[in-house]
Design a protein around this ligand. Structure first.
Ligand SMILES: [Fe+2]
Length: 279
């Protein structure tokens, strides 16, 4: 066995890789890891695995098709690799600081959310910049029976609204124009997955409940995020160079903690194409 898995609390598991080459070459590891992701609350942490960008991409491709885009942050040299750094040469400020609020990747830019994301630490921040995760299946399970019934038919608009973000941003006219062109999607508040399990579809992009006054809907959505992200339900990852974290983007929400541009934080992300519409 090239690795061993130890559960983390309150969710996730740590994957200690004893033989990285064997892991990368193993024909069974990708399926085993996707299964482990499912049974361990949607997060796998691989301490100091040390994959470079092309190896991270190759590793992801063995688990599924990867999302490839060409907009800000996306690598031309390694299509499918997206860089997260507070550096105007690397990415647009909005897409870095916007990830400091709880979110599901691709909730606005892609109609079908990515199945999973793989984030690797290239250089660690000198301060701040942890990444946090919560299990949105568990958040659904904790609703009262009355709430489960009442929320079953609710639909929610996901779109980028700058006043929903907790971090003030000083965006260029080009960035603002780009954000305005991002599509909005109407998703059910409760996602009933193919296996019958249910999760909440919430986060900073969930800005309006269809059929409710805007302020009332926003207050409901905020309270659901607050309840889902109470500290006792949060897995906090402090990055070391070479760490890789994989999360199930359909059943978790995540955020980065704020960091300064000069903290040195620099990460690579690869996303697996989603194949399950929110329904
Ligand atoms: Fe993200």
């Amino acid at each position: 066995m090239a690795y061993r898995i130890e559960p983390l609390s309150p969710l996730g598991a740590r994957v200690e890789v004893t033989d990285p080459d064997a892991l990368l070459a193993s024909p069974t590891a990708p399926g085993e890891l996707l299964h482990a992701l499912e049974i361990h609350g949607g997060v796998l942490v691989f301490p100091r695995l040390g994959l470079d960008a092309p190896t991270q991409l190759a590793f992801a491709r063995r688990m599924g098709d990867v999302v490839v885009k060409t907009s800000a942050g996306w690598s031309r040299a390694h299509p499918g690799v997206y860089r997260v750094a507070l550096d105007p040469a690397a990415n647009d400020e909005f897409f870095v600081k916007g990830s400091w609020d709880w979110h599901i990747d691709g909730a606005t830019s892609l109609g079908i959310p990515p199945k999973a994301s793989l984030l690797a630490c290239r250089t660690k921040p000198s301060a701040g910049g942890d990444t946090q995760f919560v299990d949105t299946y568990a958040a659904y399970d904790r609703l009262t029976a009355e709430e489960k019934r009442r929320f079953e038919s609710l639909k929610v608009w996901h779109r980028i609204e700058l006043d929903a973000y907790s971090t003030p941003m000083n965006l260029s006219p080009e960035s603002l124009a780009r954000l305005e062109s991002e599509p909005a999607h109407l998703h059910p508040l409760i996602w009933t997955h193919r296996d019958g399990r249910k999760s909440l579809v919430i986060g900073v992009t969930a800005t309006q409940v269809e059929g409710l006054p805007k302020a009332e809907g926003r207050a409901l959505l905020r309270s659901l995020v607050d309840r889902a992200t109470e500290p006792r339900y949060v897995l906090n990852h402090v990055w070391s160079v070479g760490d890789l974290v994989i999360w199930d983007n359909r059943g978790t929400m995540h955020r980065a903690r704020p960091f300064e541009a000069d903290s040195g934080r620099d990460m690579y992300r690869v996303m697996l194409e989603g194949d399950e519409p929110i329904q």
